[in-house]
Design a protein around this ligand. Sequence first.
Ligand SMILES: [Fe+2]
Ligand SMILES: [Fe+2]
Length: 178
Amino acid sequence: MRHVTLVQLFDHPITQKYVKRSGMAHAVACAFHAYRLAIKHNVDPDRATKAAFLHDIGHYTWYKNGQWDYNLYKENDIHAIKGSERAHKLLIRLGEHPRTAKEIALAILLHTDSYLPNGHLELNPLQHVVALADEADEKPGGEHHYHKISDQKARRMLSLLDKKIESHLKEKFIERTM
Ligand SMILES: [Fe+2]
Ligand SMILES: [Fe+2]
C-alpha cells in the first residue's frame, strides 16, 4: 500500500517552491525514467519515483550580481544533503511510512557524489536507479534545469504515473498471493 502519492507531493507548497527552483520538468522526467528503471532493476517503483521526483529539492540559488555563479555553486553546493532532509520532512508530514521516508532520503543523499571527497560509493539498487534516472535526463551545461512544463501538464503526468505504480503494485500483490 502507498501512503503518499506523487500528486500529493506535487500539490504541497514546499515542492512547489523548491522543486520549481531546480526545474519541475526535470523532476517529472526523472520520475518517469525512475519508473522504467525500477521495473527493469526489480526495485520498488513507489520509492524510486518519489526519490527521483524530489532528488533536486535541496537546491539553493547561487547568484552573484544577478547572474548564476557556477564556481560558487561548485564550491559550496550541498543540495543532496539539504534535499535529503527537506524531502524526508515533507514525506513524514504527508504521512509516509518512516522506513520508506528514510530509504527515499538516502537515495536523494546519494544521487550525486559531486559534493563528496573522491572515492567510490557502493549504491544499493534503489539508490542506483535514482542516480541513473537523474543522469538519463541530464543535458550538457545543466540545461535540463531550465526546461519548462505547465502546472497542469506536470500534475496530469504525475497522476498518470501514480496510476501506473498502483496497478504495478496490485499486480505484484496478486502474483504473491496466488
Ligand atoms: Fe542533483
Ligand atoms: Fe538532477
